[in-house]
Design a protein around this ligand. Structure first.
Ligand code: SAM
Length: 354
């Protein structure tokens, strides 16, 4: 059984224990890390706010084929360093709503600590996100993401979207236009980890081969120089591969589908069903985001949720999620498409809204 652990535990990559809220900082004293209303972030601004060098470490996804795929993730100590230097260089940075440096620093030091509707755990990679990426790999011959609209809800370090981008950037460029939108509660998470992880994934892909040969390498193999040339080459690749990225922060109940451009063909989320109170807004955004229009019986969308079966201590889990989908009264149904039954039980589920 998965348990929100009230004991302090180091943030390890695939740790199943997290610290929950009030032990270290209760809601009353919890610092704020960003606004909770729907806000779109500029990719260019986020890239411009990065330091001249970022460091990263690989994380391995076990693919359905049995092989491993290594994806890069920005090191949290490096994100921390960015905030500290911003803090030192520019005291105004503390006033910016998108990066509340003090709060972000607080959670960078304890990336597993969830403070409801303040910081929701997006700095850490949660293990079901790896399950979801692995599942996507298993169905890649049946579902071509290219040319579709994709939304990852509660993306955090965005492993499923990184997997999708890795595939796109490792295939020949296509005429198809692919829209990948990433949502997280915290703007700081998008700025500090999601967007850096995306540029790292591009940098290590075949799409960046020419750039890699031309650039002046960073001193260490696990560092990337963030130069103007890199940003230009990245933007050029996005155009060449027809990839359109957008980033949205804020709570699920404020998500504005009209601003985001309407429904999606692939809706993904992992480790987001842990809290009962948030389940209605999560299921509502999932339902609203899926392209349920079109002829009956034709699949216009795929909606996948990866989660632990039980999140003891906060009340959420698979049973509550299934109940919530039913309560939406749209004839929704949840099917388990992958499961792990040993140890902490985990599932990947497909949701049909009918
Ligand atoms: C435990 S983290 C999981 C992050 C990532 N999906 C993973 O599996 O590694 C939960 C994510 O859900 C999002 N989230 C949780 N509650 C939310 C809410 N009420 N509104 C918006 N986002 C929320 C947060 O952005 C956070 O990144």
């Amino acid at each position: 059984m998965f348990k929100f652990n009230f004991d302090v535990e180091n943030d390890t990559e695939q740790s199943t224990d997290v610290n929950h809220t009030t032990k270290n900082h209760g809601p009353a004293s919890a610092p704020t890390i960003g606004p909770d209303a729907f806000t779109e972030l500029s990719l260019a601004n986020a890239l411009n706010s990065l330091p001249s060098k970022i460091s990263y470490s690989p994380i391995t996804i076990q693919l359905a084929s049995g092989s491993g795929l290594s994806l890069p993730r920005r090191d949290l100590f490096d994100a921390r360093f960015q905030l500290i230097s911003q803090n030192t260089d520019d005291t105004d940075a503390l006033e910016q709503p998108s990066i509340n440096a003090r709060s972000a620093l607080h959670f960078l030091d304890a990336p597993s600590d969830l403070v409801p509707l303040v910081y929701e755990g997006g700095l850490k990679t949660w293990e079901c996100s790896l399950d979801l990426a692995s599942y996507l790999d298993g169905i890649s011959s049946q579902f071509d993401v290219s040319g579709n609209r994709v939304l990852e809800i509660g993306c955090g370090t965005s492993i499923p979207s990184l997997y999708i981008l890795h595939r796109i950037f490792s295939s020949p460029p296509s005429q198809n236009q692919t829209h990948i939108h990433l949502q997280d509660y915290n703007a700081s998470v998008l700025e500090l980890v999601t967007i850096p992880n995306i540029i790292l994934t591009w940098y290590l892909s075949e799409a960046a081969e020419t750039y890699r040969k031309s650039e002046e390498r960073a001193d260490s193999p696990l560092e990337l120089n963030i130069s103007e040339g890199l940003k230009d080459a990245f933007h050029q690749s996005l155009m060449t591969y027809g990839v359109h990225l957008r980033f949205f922060s804020g709570s699920w109940d404020t998500f504005d589908l009209r601003t985001s451009g309407g429904s999606y063909n692939l809706v993904l989320t992992s480790e987001t069903i842990y809290r009962m109170e948030s389940l209605p807004s999560l299921t509502a955004i999932m339902h609203g985001a899926c392209n349920t229009e079109g002829p009956k019986g034709v699949d216009n969308y795929l909606c996948l949720v990866a989660a632990k079966v039980l999140y003891f201590g906060v009340g959420g889990g698979v049973a509550e999620f299934v109940r919530c989908v039913r309560d939406l009264d749209t004839g929704g149904a949840v099917e388990t498409v992958w499961e792990k039954t040993q140890g902490v039980e985990r599932r990947v589920m497909s949701v049909r809204w009918n």
